[in-house]
Design a protein around this ligand. Structure first.
Ligand code: NAP
Ligand code: G4F
Length: 329
């Protein structure tokens, strides 16, 4: 039985990847960090099928112990401080987790077993102030946030360890991917939950920042499959994973409100405090290499994704008590 070790298993991607690897017959280990309140909601349904190991990307020895204990064939490094605005508030911590954390994981692999295959969760945020459109594997990086800068470091240290030590280390440059399990602070989920709350009469307004920003949004369930495909190749390599389509935040809002027959203009409030010190205005990825070499392609459309998220939040609110809703708002 092949064994996989996932950092960031409590996150959106970690939960989908764990499900996917279980369906492939893997033994799945997930790393969780200590917190005063456990954050296991996304993986509760998998509790019996996976094994959770304590560790933190900030703590090198915990990573070495976890790798020694679990003896994985594949390591998926999905853990990160992943929220872009928080990276201005906590720039040093973001660098330590999202950037240097990758080196700690790679060093642990070097020390314990150099045959482990390694996946690094790189990001389209690295393209930032884009030098060409669409962005592909060879496009120059120009990050626009401390998060993006940290991801560029994580990307290059992965390439460097591959070239220095002949590790099977791959970097997936994934464009934005969303789902009903997306964190509530990210714009797609903020909109889907906001729309559901307004429709249910629990709120009237939704505050947003830059409506003109454009992203290449896909479905997380499709994207975790690409992570696994990268580690099944004969040779390690880096791949862009994207839909090839770009949509604005405004289009996202229009589709989401339309799903529940509401007029968005009546409910959206522009809040300048949500604008970023430096914005990534437009991203669009070119996944030709992944399509050709991995045989990967996205299945869920943008409309399908937004509708799925709105429907899911409507269902969640129908079964929730009023106090819980106040906590969410
Ligand atoms: P997410 O939902 O924010 O999950 C992040 C995960 O990292 C959580 O499990 C979190 O654990 C864990 N984590 C944070 N700091 C840690 C630390 N010091 N030690 C160990 N674990 C830590 O992120 P996601 O959307 O699933 O994304 C997965 C990865 O892909 C991230 O690296 C992200 O930067 C990258 N990425 C995401 C996208 C996207 O659109 N979703 C696109 C490109 C790249 P807690 O539950 O304890 O907080
Ligand atoms: O949903 P977002 O916060 O995602 P962002 O910044 O693109 O980052 C996500 O995707 C990256 C891949 O490119 C990942 F690496 C990263 O970890 C994360 O998953 O914001 C998307 C856009 C931005 O342009 C932002 O300015 O939406 C705009 N926006 C407008 N109003 C808002 C809001 N974003 C948030 N979070 N909240 C708003 O109210």
């Amino acid at each position: 039985m092949r064994k996989a070790f996932i950092t960031g298993i409590t996150g959106q991607d970690g939960s989908y990847l764990a499900e996917f690897l279980l369906s492939k017959g893997y033994k799945v280990y997930g790393m969780i960090r200590r917190s005063s309140v456990p954050k296991l909601d996304r993986i509760l349904h998998l509790e019996k099928d996976i094994e959770l190991i304590s560790g933190d990307l900030m703590d090198e020895s915990s990573l070495i112990k976890a790798i020694e204990l679990t003896k994985p064939d594949e390591v998926y490094n999905l853990a990160a401080q992943s929220f872009v605005p928080a990276s201005w508030e906590q720039s040093i911590l973001t660098g330590k987790i999202t950037g240097l954390g990758v080196t700690r994981m790679l060093e642990a692999i070097l020390m314990v077993n150099r045959n482990i295959r390694f996946y690094q969760a790189s990001s389209s945020e690295m393209f930032g102030n884009v030098h060409e459109t669409p962005q592909k594997e060879t496009t120059v990086f120009y990050p626009r946030s401390p998060y993006g800068v940290a991801k560029v470091y994580g990307h290059w240290i992965t390439v460097n360890f591959r070239e220095s030590y002949n590790l099977f280390a791959c970097s997936g440059i994934l464009f934005n991917h969303e789902s009903p399990r997306r964190g509530l602070e990210f714009v797609t989920r903020k909109v889907s939950m906001g729309v559901a709350m307004i429709k249910m009469g629990m709120a009237d307004k939704l505050k947003l920042g830059n409506l003109d920003a454009k992203r290449d949004w896909g479905f997380a369930g499709d994207y975790v499959e690409a992570m696994w495909m990268m580690l099944q190749q004969k040779k390690p390599d880096d791949f862009v994973i994207a839909t090839g389509e770009t949509r604005s935040v405004k289009e996202l809002v229009e589709i989401a409100f339309k799903r529940v027959d509401l007029k968005w203009e009546k409910h959206i409030v522009l809040d300048k405090s949500l604008l970023r010190p430096a914005e990534v205005h437009e991203l669009r990825g070119d996944s030709s290499k992944a399509i050709k070499q991995l045989g990967w392609k996205p299945k869920v459309t943008f409309e399908g994704l937004v509708n799925m998220m709105v429907d899911s939040d409507m269902d969640k609110l129908k079964g929730i008590d009023k106090d819980k809703i106040r906590e969410l708002s």
